[in-house]
Design a binder for this molecule. Structure first.
Ligand SMILES: Nc1ncnc2c1ncn2[C@@H]1O[C@H](COP(=O)(O)OP(=O)(O)O)[C@@H](O)[C@H]1O
Ligand SMILES: [Mg+2]
Length: 369
């Protein structure tokens, strides 16, 4: 089994720094999902691991072995690209078996391995076709088959399902999870799909601007984001953020001014922190499902309903406050709020996050943590 250890990894293209001091340990058999906005360096990190880019600084190890200078095809790593990158003039069978032919494996063995992989991916009936004669989902299976057949220690997936329609994505997601359970291989998977990240990952790694912001299990990141960026990135619909400053601090509560006369009182669960003092700028975070209609508790906001999204099982309503800030409210069931009408909502006190002026999460004081 295979651990992957990345230490102090840096990468720049010319004078543009793309990755800064990346440290990441992937356990043997772990399914790690890398997420982050477009351009944050996810593909570059995968390409460095795969050996498709030169490492400028730092090391990558598989097990005990440093692989910085090992040729890509000798690393025991297979990568699946979003673009599939199949050879158009070869049949499915030839595409899947290509690397085995290059490695001069006996043809009977190649046939057997290709057959086996085709069976796993349920594409046996497609073996004689060319990529041009396949649907997007079928091509993606072939690309995955080409990775599996090499029996790599580590699989790298770069947004492999992004080009598929929604239904097929869900289906392929389940199949990839089954495949991971069966192969028990170490996998690093890049996606910008929230649901994919939360459902597939043993560990999620959130990146921004070439830096790892936080890593942890999906639930750890969802419950305890280290900063506003991670809080906003993990979970759909997105966490609400209300910006303001503290006007009054008591043992029991914090009074906030959110601008243009909008005030909010929240229970003081952050006692004793420097960042929670009179005049300090803060940001309140609350997930849409933790906001309830009506005037319960202290943290009440009044505004006007602006848009209502009927999701069938749930209703997502957006309310605009008098200071033009928005808050989204996710209710179970079907609610027919009328846009343009006044509305009152309350924040569930135990679900409120507080971020400081540097957008870092302010930890709850011990008694509430
Ligand atoms: N070969 C390259 N030459 C110059 N800049 C590159 C090259 N490859 C990637 N970049 C830059 O590196 C940054 C990270 O890119 P990438 O790793 O593809 O991001 P992601 O996959 O997270 O969207 C981007 O700003 C991109 O423009
Ligand atoms: Mg990319």
């Amino acid at each position: 089994m295979t651990t992957l250890t990345i230490s102090n990894l840096c990468k720049s293209f010319g004078d543009v720094d793309v990755l800064h001091d990346i440290n990441l340990a992937v356990q043997s058999g772990e399914f790690v999902v890398l997420v982050g906005p477009s351009g944050c360096g996810k593909s570059t990190l995968l390409r460095l691991i795969a050996g498709l880019e030169d490492i400028i600084d730092g090391t990558i190890q598989i097990g005990e072995r440093v692989i910085n200078d090992v040729e890509a095809d000798k690393r025991g790593i297979a990568m699946v690209f979003q673009s599939y990158a199949l050879y158009p003039h070869m049949s499915v069978e030839q595409n899947i078996g290509f690397c085995l032919r290059v490695a001069r494996q006996p043809s009977a063995l190649i046939r057997e391995k290709v057959q086996d992989v085709a069976q796993t991916l349920q594409i046996e009936q497609l073996l004689k076709r060319k990529p041009g004669e396949l649907s997007g989902g079928q091509r993606q299976r072939v690309a995955i088959g080409r990775a599996i057949v090499r029996d790599p220690d580590v699989f790298l997936f770069d947004e492999p399902l992004s080009n598929l329609d929604a239904e097929l994505r869900v289906q392929m997601r389940l199949e990839l999870m089954k495949l991971h359970n069966r192969l028990k291989a170490t996998m690093i998977y890049v996606t910008h799909d929230q649901v994919e990240a939360l459902t597939m990952a043993d560990k999620i790694v959130v990146m921004r601007d070439g830096v790892i912001e936080q890593e942890g299990t999906p639930i750890e990141l969802f419950n305890n984001p280290c900063n506003k960026f991670v809080a906003g990135f993990i979970g759909t619909p997105k966490m609400n953020f209300l910006h303001g400053h503290i006007t009054t601090v008591t043992e029991q509560s914090l009074h906030l001014e959110l601008g243009e006369g909008v005030e909010l009182e929240i229970p003081n669960r952050w006692r004793g922190h420097d960042a929670v003092g009179r005049g300090r700028k803060v940001c309140v975070g609350i997930r849409p499902n933790e906001v309830v209609e009506g005037e319960s508790g202290v943290s009440t906001l009044r505004g006007t309903i602006s848009v209502v999204e009927q999701l069938g099982r749930e209703t997502l309503s957006h309310m605009v406050l008098p200071n033009k800030q928005y808050i989204s409210v996710l209710e179970n069931g079907q609610h027919f709020h009328e846009p343009g009408t006044p509305w009152t909502v309350s924040l569930k006190p135990e679900a409120i996050y507080l971020f400081d002026e540097h957008e870092q999460t302010i930890a709850l004081t011990k008694e509430f943590a």
